[in-house]
Write a protein that binds this ligand. Sequence first.
Ligand code: ADP
Length: 256
Amino acid sequence: WLNVTGGFSSSTATNSYFSGIIMDVTEQKQNDLRRSKFIGMVSHELKTPLTALKAYVQMLNNWAKKQKDNFTIGALSKVDKQVKKMLNMINSLLNLSGAEAGKIHLKKEEFRLDVLINEVVEETLFITSTHHIVTSPCDSVTINADREKIEQVLVNLLSNAAKYSDKTAEIEIGCTVRGDNVEVSVRDQGLGIAPADIQKLFLPHYRVESKETEKIAGFGIGLYLCAEIINRHHGKIWAESEPGKGSTFKFTLPVG
Ligand code: ADP
């Protein structure tokens, strides 16, 4: 739209110049939609065999436990970890294509947020293994929300806290009820984020450019998705940080 206005403001603009810009924008939008649809289809196709793989790993694990076969149990735990990582990435891509097409469908249900937090912490401890995650006392609280998507937000925030911190540093997660809302916070003692970057973290594909972050893999879509999901639930999400001292990501959701 800025381009279009620019065309008009130069008083010599002709109709053909004007229509040329409109076509560019439309074509760009169609390409974005096609790309988004393609990502959605591929991720969906990948999710099915991976989900089956996860189930077989679990089945084999049960069998190995009965046999008390520690070698197989150890190997399966490593496979399970990688499968879970891939499923997280695929879920992010699926959500991205949905968000870009302007449709995040919420399947709302009532559930205990504090229970979900404990489950996600256990899972993340398993996947990132070397980090100490501490849960500060969580208020017991029931919310009406899309459980899978809120789980995705928690997984994203916790894995970022792990990704952008030292291997042994502590990560703390807590939830507190404040009036009609519950506030969840994930605090790390990692790299921290400069004030100029904090404003842009939740934009799609935004990654902080620094010597430290360039060694850490990522697509820059996790926080964008967190923001889309929390906004769709009428909540708020933000970050507080000091470079070198760590970051705290917080979000709120309506209670009940
Ligand atoms: P990704 O981690 O895949 O790059 P995200 O959207 O999750 O994408 O995060 C965007 C950027 O925000 C990251 O590239 C990183 O620079 C910064 N960031 C996110 N979480 C943290 C954190 N806990 N500590 C420091 N920087 C972070």
